[in-house]
Design a protein around this ligand. Structure first.
Ligand SMILES: *Cc1c(COP(=O)(O)O)cnc(C)c1O
Length: 404
């Protein structure tokens, strides 16, 4: 085994740089649009690049309106405000997600109630959502994230929301370009949000966008994002405003990236399929999805079978494990990858386990919460578009040897 590691190491020495979980994949076309912002002197939160990304992306996703904003997080904040969430309101929220799904609820003074995941997509469990509506029948809002680029079970989720007259907000930050029954992620919420953060499927270095079919909501969000100025000869304000609009320079980067969305998705899909093939002899599964879904495969993830899990102990800030023959755990795999300068990551730690959110309610229909179990046994694999077939074969070999 040592020799195999040395061989793998030599092969990896040829890799010039660290292998990233997911890093920006640029094409230089972006520079033309950035330059046009300079040339026209629209170094501003107004400009052609902004208008164009709103036009192209709303058309691509199939929504009437889009508002480009400074980040996915600020877009979610305005999604929360424009959906009518007020201080003290309960909001059912995905439990296994990145904290940026929840934080905007806190900015607005809402009470998140975390909903467990299911095993078929790792997203919000419709059964747990039903149970939550029985327990908290007055709840009028649902905040749902599509994890790792896999759409949620929207048929069930949307119909449960309709039954209870609840407003759905779709956090599609990770799932731009994925489809459910042929419909693009980003059409399912009353408002939906995508992100152009540096590690997402396409990037502006930063940036985000809110999508909706309501003109009133789009106009309101656009106004709030530019300091809530009223139509008057002076600065006149009826609402608390924000400075959340995207820059025309950043929008130029996004504009140059949009034509490469499909290419990025197909690279990520090939990566996912090669991992799946490469691991077919191991006691593991990949992050799952239903047959009516086409994920964008933003991140490929691995779930170790229960029977093949070695003992792993995680405190709030550190992890240890014991080496057991024929078994491994996410900590061992991640530490081994890191020793080869390869970046993986644990599954997003569930919100109900986070010190900042642990006192908020959590609803599950499982004996052991699904989110806790996936966090325990799962990990995010290196999923960068630029990983070569040879590099990926080495990554697969390294992981296989963790099971020795
Ligand atoms: C990245 C991400 C966000 C936040 O987007 P930013 O553009 O980084 O602010 C929100 N939700 C999820 C699920 C994300 O992965």
């Amino acid at each position: 085994m040592i020799f195999l590691f040395i061989a793998a190491n030599q092969q990896l020495e040829a890799f010039k740089n660290k292998i990233w979980l997911s890093s920006p994949t640029m094409h230089w076309d972006e520079m033309n649009y950035v330059k046009s912002a300079y040339d026209s002197n629209w170094m501003s939160t107004i400009g052609e690049n902004i208008d164009e990304i709103e036009r192209i992306i709303s058309q691509k996703i199939g929504r009437k309106y889009a508002v480009a904003l400074s980040s996915g997080t600020t877009a979610l904040h305005l999604a929360v405000i424009s959906s009518g969430i007020k201080p003290g309101d309960n909001v059912f929220c995905s439990d296994m997600t990145f904290a940026a799904t929840v934080n905007p609820l806190m900015y607005a003074g809402a009470n998140p109630i975390f909903i467990d995941s299911e095993y078929e997509t790792w997203n919000m469990c419709p059964k747990a959502l039903r149970k939550a509506f029985e327990k908290y029948p007055d709840t009028k809002f649902v905040m749902l994230a599509n994890l790792y680029g896999t759409p949620s079970k929207f048929d069930e989720i949307v119909s449960i929301c309709k039954e209870h007259n609840a407003v759905l907000i779709e956090d599609a930050a990770e799932s731009f370009g994925a489809t459910y029954n042929g419909k693009q992620s980003g059409v399912f919420g009353y408002v939906s949000v995508i992100s152009f953060n540096c590690n997402k499927i396409i990037t502006g270095s930063s940036g985000g966008m809110l999508l909706t079919d309501s003109k009133e909501t789009a106009d309101f969000v656009r106004k709030l994002s530019t300091q809530a100025r009223e139509n008057a000869p002076w600065y006149q304000h009826e609402f608390v405003g924000y400075n959340y609009r995207i820059s025309n320079v950043i929008a130029g980067v996004v504009r140059g990236q949009v034509p490469f969305l499909e290419e990025h998705i197909s690279q990520k899909t090939e990566l996912f399929n090669r991992y799946k093939d490469g691991f077919n002899s191991l006691p593991v599964t990949m992050n799952p999805f239903d047959e009516n879904m086409v994920p964008n495969h933003w991140l490929s993830c691995l779930l170790i079978d229960k029977s093949a899990m070695s003992r792993q102990i995680r405190t709030d800030t550190a992890a240890t494990y014991s080496k057991e023959s024929g078994k491994t755990c996410p900590t061992e795999i991640l530490e081994t990858l890191a020793s080869f300068n390869i970046e993986g990551r644990p599954i997003w730690k569930p919100m109900h386990l986070q010190p900042v959110y642990k006192d908020y309610p959590f609803v599950s229909v499982a004996e052991t919460p699904v989110s806790e179990d996936v966090f325990e046994r799962g990990l995010c694999l290196p999923s960068d578009n630029k990983i070569t077939i040879e590099q990926q074969e080495t990554i697969i070999e390294i992981i296989k040897h963790c099971f020795d």
